[in-house]
Ligand binder design. Structure first.
Ligand code: FMN
Length: 179
């Protein structure tokens, strides 16, 4: 690989969910860089269906966190990006939303920021949409918190290399092997 490729691969390997942050802010310049990387994400038919709501207000972050039981960390982050989808084509929306979310996580990591996506459960989406003033019919399912990892959150949660299945369990060559 080129040195640029090595650097990118190293960033990709560092992307982990971080759920606790210091009080340090994320400057607008860093956020704009992340959003401009997200802008270049490919989408089905180049629809670019996503819109981003940047949330910095502590009150709104905490309210969002209150609606998302598995994503309380949003309430502790200095900033979050809510990913808004049109909500018209379920499968394509989900695919495109996943792609753009991952780009945001990678871009944040490349800027040495910590990030963690959060899932807004189905039953809370209408309320979360109201909170952000979304037009009727749009889908708000993913919110990405961005900040600086707290000391505790920066510590490894598992032994190096063990948080993922080994490659030989994931990869089949030429033909599916085993049952
Ligand atoms: C569809 C989807 C929903 C997720 N929802 C949440 C969530 O609600 N809260 C959270 O903290 N992490 C959430 N995550 C992040 C995963 O929990 C995390 O990526 C996974 O546990 C692996 O951990 P790592 O990214 O630190 O390696 C979600 C990831 C995906 C793909």
């Amino acid at each position: 690989m080129t040195s640029e490729g090595d650097a990118l691969a190293a960033v990709m390997r560092r992307v982990r969910a971080v759920r606790d942050y210091t009080d340090a802010d994320v400057p607008d310049e860093a956020l704009d860089e992340i959003l401009s990387v997200a802008r270049w994400t490919g989408s089905a038919q180049n629809r670019q269906p996503w819109r981003f709501v940047v949330v910095r207000s502590r009150e709104t972050l905490e309210a969002l966190a209150g609606l998302a039981p598995t994503a309380r960390h949003i309430g502790r982050a200095p900033v979050a990006i809510a990913i808004v989808m049109p909500g018209e084509r379920a499968v394509l929306d989900a695919f495109d939303e996943g792609r753009v979310t991952e780009r945001i996580l990678v871009a944040a990591t490349a800027l040495s920021l910590a990030s963690g996506m959060g899932w807004v459960p189905q039953e809370a989406r209408a309320e979360a949409s109201r909170l952000l003033g979304l037009p009727e019919g749009h889908l708000l399912r993913t919110v990405v918190a961005i900040g600086h990892a707290s000391h505790a959150a920066a510590a490894p949660r598992s032994r190096p290399g063990t948080a993922r299945l080994p490659l030989d369990e994931l990869v089949h060559r030429e033909r599916w092997r085993g049952p």
